[in-house]
Design a protein around this ligand. Structure first.
Ligand code: AP5
Length: 215
């Protein structure tokens, strides 16, 4: 089993698990959030256009993210794709189905990571990432090493996201329940949906994903 969607609210642990799959199963992570942040960092026109929308916690237009995914799919992925944070609306899900079918590819599983709002607030407000390699940390559950160096790449550059604050998170959660959660029914009806307890530890979630993927 290979092409999968990690579906879940902000802070559910999608990025954390995707990184592990990239490292161990040679899969390619397609995170629209990372692509949009890269565009901002590079100062592209599109990056400038989406900066305020993202900081506020709203979704950027379907047209922009579908374009980003279309471009990356063309590069192919021997180990399969992990869609992280995409699709997030029904039109994005329809567009993905068409893109995959045009390329003779299929979706193997949609993994819904279930986490309650209280835990999401705690996770997002304590999150930091390595500015160089993107390794994800948390002030309590996975603190930045005392040595001051990232465990993965040795960088000393710690980053916090501008949208990881209480007000943006409230908007992000609203956007999730209003526009993204309908995808749960959409993929259930297609027979693709698998659910896991995202409140379990990072290792336990990792094992559940491996089990679902049959690896
Ligand atoms: P995006 O970057 O996709 O953010 P998100 O969906 O809000 O998800 P996060 O990255 O916040 O959380 P995550 O699930 O990856 O959790 P993580 O693993 O880091 O999107 C950002 C913005 O871009 C959107 O708001 C929107 O504006 C725009 N955008 C992106 N895609 C779009 C699209 N398709 N359409 C339109 N707009 C789009 O974990 C969080 C924390 O919890 C970490 O500190 C981690 O260490 C900790 N943690 C993880 N797992 C566990 C665990 N099992 N137990 C305890 N702690 C854990």
């Amino acid at each position: 089993m290979r092409n999968i969607i990690l579906l879940g609210p902000p802070g559910a642990g999608k990025g954390t698990q995707a990184r592990y799959l990239v490292d161990t199963k040679q899969m390619v992570q397609l995170s629209t959030g990372d692509m949009l942040r890269d565009a901002q960092a590079a100062g592209t026109e599109m990056g400038k256009k989406v900066a305020a929308i993202m900081a506020e916690g709203k979704l950027v237009t379907d047209q922009i993210v579908i374009g980003l995914i279309r471009e990356k799919l063309q590069d192919g992925a021997e180990g399969g794709f992990i869609f992280d944070g995409f699709p997030r609306t029904l039109p994005q899900a329809d567009a993905l189905a068409k893109l995959l079918s045009d390329m003779d590819m299929k979706l193997d599983a949609v993994i819904e990571m279930q986490v309650d709002d209280e835990a999401l607030v705690a996770r997002v407000s304590g999150r930091s990432t390595c500015g160089q390699c993107g390794e994800v940390y948390h002030d309590e559950t996975k603190p930045w090493p005392e040595s001051g160096e990232c465990i993965n790449c040795g960088s000393t550059q710690v980053k916090r996201r501008p949208d990881d604050n209480a007000e943006s998170l409230k908007t992000r959660l609203n956007e999730y329940y209003k526009k993204t959660s309908p995808l749960i029914g959409y993929y259930y009806a297609k027979g693709n949906l698998q659910r896991l307890d995202g409140l379990a530890s990072i290792d336990e979630v990792r094992e559940s994903i491996s089990w679902i993927m049959g690896t």
